[in-house]
Design a binder for this molecule. Sequence first.
Ligand SMILES: Cc1cc2nc3c(=O)[nH]c(=O)nc-3n(C[C@H](O)[C@H](O)[C@H](O)COP(=O)(O)OP(=O)(O)OC[C@H]3O[C@@H](n4cnc5c(N)ncnc54)[C@H](O)[C@@H]3O)c2cc1C
Length: 404
Amino acid sequence: MSALDTAPSSAATTPEDRVNELVDRLLAENDPKTTSVVDFLGAQFDLGLAWVHFPESNGGLGLSPKLQKVVTERLVQAHAPQPYGRNPIGYGMGAPTVVTRGTEAQRKRYLRPLFTGEEVWCQLFSEPGAGSDVAGLATRAIRDGDEWIVNGQKVWTTLAHLARWGMLIARTDPETVKHKGMTYFVVDMHAPGVEVKPLYQITGEAEFNEVFFTDVRIPDSERLGDIGEGWHVSLTTLMNERVSIGGQIQPRGGGFIGEAVKIWKDKAHTDPALKDDLMKLWVRAEVLRLTNIRAQQMRSVGTPGPEGSIGKAAAADFNKDVSAFCVTLLGAEGMLKPDGYPMERPKHTMLWNNAQQAFLRMRANSIEGGTTEIMKNILGERVLGLPGDVRVDKELPWSKVPRS
Ligand SMILES: Cc1cc2nc3c(=O)[nH]c(=O)nc-3n(C[C@H](O)[C@H](O)[C@H](O)COP(=O)(O)OP(=O)(O)OC[C@H]3O[C@@H](n4cnc5c(N)ncnc54)[C@H](O)[C@@H]3O)c2cc1C
């Protein structure tokens, strides 16, 4: 095979054989012990094993997304580097948006360094006056020749302090209804006029930030989708966000429920009432795991359906409950965060070093990526077909909608 030849050999009779053959080749040519993380992930992308369901030459093979599990399992077994933690927002949300809505030139420009983690991405949707109702946002983008000039403020922007690129929705036509007057851009976070300020969380860490835009110039070539189509493009990001946050598939008994079992054993607990609680949580962890496996298998390239909200809402509740249970198991020790409260800007999001930190961090799970109330609205309307939420400003031009 040539350097970029990912065609199946005659021995590969099924798509799964083809994937396995390419994983064999990746590992044979790039020993995870001696290859740098960036080189390894770059080789994975070039072989089409980044997202197997993406098109060939965009880090994929045009195969079923089910087969990504084969790649991940084999690479975890081989102790190969994993892409998600290096660039969670880019990997989980930026990539599916670019591949679905971007031009071929944009896919070529953004996807590879996104996957290797050389270029971190952030999501610039929420504003002080627009969170759940993100379509009410006020950041303005005004056309100036081949460029757009952006002014406004975003908030809660996770990892903006590390990001090279930001997914930005801005108002380009205030005189039309709110969902139609927005446009989606990829903004260079190093451009003049972009200012990123930390916001510290209950854990002491500032995973997220405020971002201010003052006369920031974005080339029109970095617009994603048509002018005024920002809402539709952002739905691709939002639907993938839910799956990215709530759809993580842990091994059976792994993840946070594994931590709870470990603490149970370490502390030699025997109380039958606590054991009952532990078993109920174990069952919930397993139901969530199986639900997410089913959702992943039904997924195709692009925008996942509203059922992504099931995993998102269930994972938020579960994470909050299981981390609170771990703190209970720890007894008095649970009241003290062993690593203190260092005020720092981390290189990661949603990770935890100990149960106490997880307990604090997981309070946010039912807010970030859309609140649990909003997930329930989506499930009610789009899955169960219940009557819609009251939306009094739906038909008004954005400029006429009262706002604080
Ligand atoms: C840890 C963390 C990380 C985040 N990272 C990012 C990021 O990277 N990028 C980004 O753009 N945003 C990010 N966010 C912002 C997040 O998306 C918003 O906080 C969220 O969408 C809620 O918006 P809000 O905070 O403005 O609350 P509001 O929308 O003001 O909601 C307040 C309360 O009212 C309820 N509510 C609102 N509308 C309805 C309704 N129609 N029906 C029922 N109840 C309703 C909500 O559920 C909530 O309880 C992050 C948030 C957190 C906590």
